[in-house]
Design a protein around this ligand. Structure first.
Ligand code: FMN
Length: 408
C-alpha cells in the first residue's frame, strides 16, 4: 500500500504514500534567507525516499516570525537561493511543497515587540513571560497578509517548488481566525463560522489566482483545537467542506495549539497511541463528507500501522515528522520492508514547565535536523536536558541578533 503512487485531482503524482510533514528548521540566516544548510537537509530527505516533502513553516512577513532564523519570503530578492533549495528538495522525483505561515499572536517576545491577531486576546497566563499581548488586525492589515500568502506562493512556484501548503493548524494566525475563542471580531472576519473561515478562504483564492490550477495547494488543519471555547471537530469538518468545494488539492489533518499541544500525542488515550495515528478517527468521519485527498499526521511509527491506515481508506497519505528528523532515510527503509526500530520516544527534561508545554518535542528534534543539515549523524539518545540548555542559549542569542538587525 505504501509504495503505491497517489494521483491528485489536478494530475500531479506523488510517487508513494509517505509524506514528510512540516518541521520548522530555523536554519535561515538572521535576515531570514535560505542557506546551504537547508539545501543539505532537503537533499538528505529527497534521497531518503519520501514521496512528498512539506517544508517547515516559511513566514510571509519577516517582521512576524515564529522563531529566530525562520525563512521568510516577501519578494524575489532570494530567488537564486530558493531555486537551489527547491532543486535539492525535488531531486529523486520528489514533490516539495512550501508551508506558508503567519504566526499571529504566537510570535515570541524574543522576535516580536507587537504581535497581531484577529482580536487583542492574549495566550493563556502560562505564556505571559514569552509572548506580548497581541493587537487586533485592521481591515487593511488583513488584506495585506492575504496578499503576502499569494506573493510568497508565486515565488515558490517560480523557484521550482512543486506546491504550497497553508499552515492552518496549531494556533497560528489562520487557526486563530477559525477559533471562536481567539477571534471575537464583530466584522466580516468574525462571528459566524462562515465569517471566521473567510480569512483562509480568501488566502486560498488569492494563492490560486497567483499560481493557477495545476499547482497543488494544500492546507494543514486542526481536527479541533482541544481548547474550551475553541474550534470544534464539527466546525473543522465544515471548514474542510468549504475548502473542498473551492478546490483545495490536499487536506492534512493535525490538531492542538501551543496551549494544548495534542499534535505531539500529549494526553492522548493509550488506545489512540496504540493505534498510532492520533487523528485517524476524524479522518474516517470527514472521508464520508468530502472526496479531497487526505493526509493524516501525528503518531505513525510502524509500516503495518501506516499500511492499515491507508488500507482502511481513512487517509491517502501518511504524514511523518519526528521519525524523519532522527532518520532522513526512514521512508526508504519502510518502503523496502526493512524491520526498523521505532526511533521516537518522549523527550523529557524533568523540568515541569518545559515538559508541560511540549517544548522539548520541537527543541530536541530541531537539534537533530541541524545535525543532518551540517552533514553529521543524528544522536537518537542525545540528552534532552543538554539539548534544552544548548538550544535555549542559541535561541536567545539569535533573538538578540534579530533585534539588533531590526534596530539598524
Ligand atoms: C521540530 C518540529 C518542528 C515542527 N514544526 C512544524 C511546522 O513548522 N509546521 C507544522 O505544521 N507543524 C510542525 N510540527 C508538527 C509536525 O508537523 C507534526 O504535526 C507532529 O510532530 C506530529 O507528527 P509526528 O508524530 O510524526 O512527529 C513540528 C514538529 C517538530 C517535532
Amino acid at each position: 500500500m505504501l509504495t503505491k503512487p497517489l494521483q491528485l485531482k489536478n494530475g500531479v503524482i506523488i510517487k508513494n504514500r509517505l509524506a514528510k510533514s512540516a518541521m520548522s528548521e530555523a536554519l535561515a540566516t538572521t535576515d531570514n534567507r535560505a542557506t546551504d544548510a537547508l539545501v543539505n537537509l532537503y537533499r538528505a530527505w529527497a534521497t531518503g525516499g519520501t514521496g512528498l516533502l512539506i517544508t517547515g513553516n516559511v513566514m510571509v512577513d519577516r517582521s512576524a516570525l515564529g522563531e529566530p532564523n525562520n525563512l521568510a519570503i516577501e519578494d524575489e530578492r532570494d530567488l537564486p537561493r530558493l531555486t537551489r533549495w527547491a532543486q535539492a528538495a525535488t531531486a529523486n522525483n520528489t514533490q516539495a511543497w512550501v508551508q506558508l505561515n503567519h504566526p499571529g499572536k504566537q510570535s515570541p517576545k524574543l522576535v516580536s515587540r507587537q504581535p497581531v491577531a484577529p482580536s487583542a486576546i492574549p495566550l493563556g497566563k502560562q505564556f505571559d513571560a514569552y509572548f506580548h499581548q497581541p493587537k487586533a488586525l485592521t481591515q487593511g492589515q488583513i488584506e495585506d497578509i492575504i496578499q503576502r500568502f499569494a506573493t510568497a506562493a508565486a515565488i515558490c512556484k517560480k523557484a521550482g517548488f512543486s506546491g504550497v501548503q497553508i499552515h492552518g493548524a496549531h494556533g497560528y494566525l489562520v487557526s486563530q481566525f477559525l477559533s471562536p475563542h481567539h477571534n471575537q471580531r464583530q466584522d466580516q472576519w468574525g462571528g459566524s463560522l462562515q465569517n471566521r473561515a473567510r480569512f483562509v478562504l480568501e488566502i486560498y483564492s488569492a494563492i490560486r489566482s497567483a499560481v493557477g490550477v495545476d499547482f497543488p495547494i494544500s492546507i494543514k488543519m486542526n481536527s479541533a483545537d482541544f481548547q474550551r471555547g475553541g474550534f470544534t471537530q464539527e466546525e473543522s469538518m465544515q471548514v474542510a467542506e468549504m475548502l473542498a468545494e473551492v478546490g483545495i488539492d490536499l487536506i492534512e489533518i493535525s490538531g492542538g495549539t501551543y496551549e494544548s499541544p495534542q499534535m505531539t500525542g500529549r494526553d492522548m488515550k493509550a488506545s489512540t497511541q496504540k493505534r498510532e495515528a492520533y487523528f485517524l478517527e476524524y479522518a474516517e468521519r470527514i472521508r464520508s463528507r468530502i472526496d479531497t485527498p487526505l493526509m493524516v499526521t501525528g503518531g505513525f511509527r510502524t509500516a503495518p500501522g501506516m499500511a492499515d491506515a491507508i488500507d482502511s481508506g481513512a487517509t491517502d497519505l501518511v504524514g511523518l515528522a519526528r521519525p524523519l528528523a532522527v532518520d532522513p532515510a526512514f521512508s526508504q527503509k519502510l518502503l523496502r520492508g526493512e524491520a526498523i526500530k521505532y526511533p521516537v520516544k518522549p523527550r523529557i527534561t524533568g523540568i515541569k514547565m518545559v515538559d508541560n508545554m511540549a517544548m522539548m518535542e520541537t527543541i530536541w528534534y530541531s537539534r537533530q535536523m541541524e545535525r543532518i543539515a551540517h552533514g553529521r549523524k543524528t544522536k537518537p539518545n542525545e540528552s534532552p536536558i543538554k539539548v534544552f540548555v544548548r538550544q535555549t542559549a542559541v535561541s536567545i542569542f539569535r533573538g538578540f541578533k534579530t533585534q539588533r538587525l531590526r534596530a539598524n
